[in-house]
Structure formats: C-alpha cells, structure tokens
Design a protein around this ligand. Structure first.
Ligand SMILES: [Zn+2]
Length: 483
C-alpha cells in the first residue's frame, strides 16, 4: 500500500519540532566495525503513533531488549531512500547515523483516509535496531510531497539505563525451520507467523505455509536467490479458528489484532496489536514477517518494512502471498488503479512517487527504470487502456455487488476466475506485452502515474511473476540483507 500525504506540520511529544528539511546524507562518514558500536543484541522501541489528517505525534511506550541482532552487520544505514518515514539511530555524542531504515506505517496510511479528517487515530508502531554500546538519539523523519525529509520526533535512549526492559522473552511459540542457509546476519530471515490456527489446526498451518513458501520460491527473483534466505514458521495456538469479519458480524480473538475490513475496506487485513506481535516474534530471528491467516475469504495487506498479511485458504492465496510480500519487503506500489481503496490523498500532481515501480514520468529522460527500457520504446508507452478500463468498470461493479450482498467465497472466486481469463488474454495480446516502458495507470491513479509493464503481479492476479522493474527491486532488497 502506498500513499503520499501533505504534512502541514509535524508535532511531537519528544524533542523539538523542526520545520527545515533534514535531507539525510548517510554513508558520508567512515564507519567503525559493528562490534565497536553495537553489543550484538537487538533493541526495540514501541511507540504510540497518534494524530489526525493534519498533525501527528510519536510517544515512546517501551524500550525493549530482544535477542541477538538478526540483521546485516555491514549494511546498517539505509541508502535506498524509500518509505514514507525514516527511522535513524544517531550517536548522542556526535550525531553520527549508526543505523537507519525507511518504512511505512499503519498511521501513515490511515492519515490519508476520510476518518483522519474527522477524528484522531492511535496506532501501535515499533522499530528494531542493533543495540548500541553508548547513548543514542532515535530520530523519526517524514517524507514531504517533494521527496525531502522533515524530522517529526526524537527521543534519547541510554542502553545501559534501567529504562530498557530486559525481562525474559516469551517462550510459548514453536519455531519451525523450513530451510536455513546460514547465519542470520548474512541472510534474509523470513518468518511466517500463524494467525487463527487453534492447536487442532497446527498441522494445517504448517502444510499451507510450506506450500505458499514453495510458490514464492518458484517466483523470480526468490527462486534464484533462495540460498540467501532462512525461512521459518512461528506457531502459537489461537483461541479460535479464523479471522474477524466485521461486515458479517463475525468476531474472533486474535492475539495480534488481525481482522478483515481494516480502514473499512472489505478485503484489507491489518495487525493492530504490534507489541504482542513483536513479543511473540522475538522468539525467532527475523528480518521480514508474513502473517498467514486461517481463512478462506480473500484478503491481505502489505506495508513497507512492517509485515505482509494474507489469507491462506483463498483460491488466490499464492498471488496474495507474493503480492503482499512485494509491498512489505521491497516497498513496491500497487500498480492497479481501479480497486476500492480507503486513501483520499493520493500522489499529488507533479510529484514523483518514491516506490521503485511507479512514476509520474515528469521527465522521461530521467525515468528511474530507463536502463531497462529497450531503445526506441516510446514513453509513455501505448496500451489499450480505454478498452481495459471499460471491461474493468464492469468487473468492479460486479465485485462491489457481491461484497454488498455478502456473497459466498465460491461466488467471489468464480468472478475472479472469469476476470483472470478475460483480462489475461486481453493484456497478453497487447503489442507491448512483456516490454518495459511506462504504461499509464498505476498506484491508484488512472491518469498521471505510470507502471513499468502492461502486466505484473503488482497489477493483476493474472501473472505469476513480477515485471522486470519489480523483480529488480526485490533483488536489491535481498542484497541489503544478504551480504
Ligand atoms: Zn511490477
């Protein structure tokens, strides 16, 4: 999920509000060895991220010691310049950036919905980072519409202080290795977490999770980079089977606060109990999370550097598993532009999205994936958008009618199969199918934003592969962990 919002002013509870741009220039200074700066442990800071459409606040609730740091020990400063937010750990002594990550958040998405215009929202949010040996400042930045950053919050942490919670971690989860290829520091540690599987359905979780992991690692670039991953499952027995579905007045206990209808979008599934989730997941090394829900109904979500969610028993589960992980792992934008979303403030005209697979094409010569465009390809690149949109309008109306009628999953899946057949044939017949260019319609905007190929797993449920631009973005993300 992506969004770009205007920040009128960012307030904060800790530190001072700065309105000047603080364009981050990481990597400018020589870095000492990892062990000289960090203990080898992990710290987590749990926050409440609170606000409305015009202002936001971060309040630190807990600083928590987790287990060994599972991330890279050489690539500590994020130079990808992605995400709506940027989290930094800075040495208190000299302000040097010791660690940073771009990310997106539930609050950041919620802020662009209608609900944020009429009231306040509060969301749990956390960051994990290698435990420093000396006091640090934690600094949060937010991206402005023009791509520059502004500081929105700051808090000081002394790792040696009694304010770091060092209580023993929970030991109630079962960690099930799927495959392991090396030390966590040099691999992408993917953890697939069970939600809504009571003890009697543990075997079902393991079977379906292994099947979906097989699907992911049959998809490029995961297939050729399999050796750069450690994949594990995390199982804790749920009190009840399945997932809450408020539109059907169906309610289930969920340890991690997962539910359909997040932001009042029927298929959108978010996990709202971040601290519970982090406490459970701290029992395994992980860099990336996928929360797998014991549900037939189609649904999921993916937020950059947070987690992905997917329902396991939907006919489209293989698509959901890979597509949503594309969001959360590699920061990929949705390339579709017609499905219902809750966001109202989308990419403002004249601004370039930060996501690697969407562009406003403000200057075709500077297209961010220009090196993948074959010489002689026109930019923007032609496709029969008018006919696709006409067909899609009919499909979206049918889809909405089924949702409104609370139709069965059989009926929903039947419609999805129909549209997959027709739209797949339609897009494959496009003269520029399979070529990289700039095709209008992307990231929830029908006009003014462009995607790299006619079709991609970030655009429709048709293909089983990423377009070349998305594939490269995923590979670059893998590189950020596996070195
Ligand atoms: Zn793509």
């Amino acid at each position: 999920m992506k969004l770009t919002t205007a920040v009128a002013c960012a307030f904060l509870i800790l530190g001072s509000c700065r309105t000047t741009s603080t364009r981050v220039a990481p990597g400018a200074l020589e870095r000492p060895p990892f062990d000289a700066v960090f203990t080898g442990g992990t710290l987590r800071v749990d926050c409440h991220h609170v606000g409305n459409a015009k202002e936001e606040h971060f309040a630190v609730a807990l600083v928590r010691a987790e287990g060994a740091w599972p991330g890279s020990r050489t690539q500590l400063v994020d130079e990808s310049d992605m995400g709506l937010y940027r989290f930094e750990v800075r040495a208190l002594a000299d302000g040097r950036v010791l660690y940073s990550r771009g990310y997106c958040s539930i609050f950041g998405e919620w802020q662009s919905t209608a609900a944020a215009k009429s009231g306040w929202g509060s969301f749990e949010e956390s960051q994990r980072f290698p435990e420093p040996r000396t006091p640090v400042d934690l600094v949060w930045h937010k991206r402005r519409d023009d791509g520059s950053w502004t500081e929105v919050a700051r808090a000081s942490v002394d790792p040696a202080s009694r304010f770091v919670d060092r209580a023993p971690l929970a030991t109630d989860a079962e960690v099930i290795p799927v495959f392991e290829h090396g030390a966590p520091a040099t691999k992408v540690d993917l953890l697939v977490v069970a939600d809504g599987y009571p003890a009697g359905e543990r075997a079902k979780f393991e079977e379906v999770a292994r099947g979906l992991i097989d699907v992911m690692f049959a998809t490029e670039p995961f297939r050729r980079r399999r050796g750069d991953f450690n994949v594990r499952l995390l199982y804790t027995p749920a009190a009840e089977s399945g997932l809450s579905n408020p539109r059907k007045n169906a309610w289930r206990q969920s340890r991690f606060g997962l539910s359909f209808n997040s932001f009042d979008v029927d298929r959108y599934v978010l996990a709202m109990h971040d601290r519970e989730l982090r406490e459970a997941c701290a029992q395994a090394p992980y860099d990336a999370l996928i929360l797998l829900c014991n549900e037939r109904k189609y649904g999921g979500g993916g937020i950059y550097n947070l987690w992905a969610t997917a329902t396991a028993d939907s006919e489209a589960a293989p698509y959901l598993f890979v597509h949503e992980f594309g969001h959360s792992f590699a920061g990929l934008a949705d390339e579709y532009y017609s499905s219902t979303v809750a966001y109202e403030e989308l990419t403002p005209p004249g601004t370039e999205p930060w996501e690697p697979n969407a562009t406003a094409l403000l200057d075709p010569k500077q297209l961010k994936w220009r090196d993948l465009v074959a010489p002689g390809t026109a930019l923007p690149t032609a496709w029969n958008k008018a006919q696709y949109d006409a067909d899609d309008l009919v499909y979206q109306a049918k889809r909405k009618a089924l949702i409104d009628a609370q139709a069965s999953e059989d009926e929903n899946e039947k419609l999805m199969r129909e549209v997959k057949q027709t739209s797949s044939a339609f897009l494959k017949a496009e003269p520029n199918y399979g070529k990289v260019g700039a095709f209008e319609g992307a990231a929830y905007l029908s006009r003014g934003l462009y995607r790299p190929e006619v079709d991609c797993i970030m655009f429709t449920r048709n293909p089983t592969s990423f377009c070349k631009v998305c594939e490269r973005a995923v590979e670059r993300t893998i590189d950020g962990f596996a070195r």
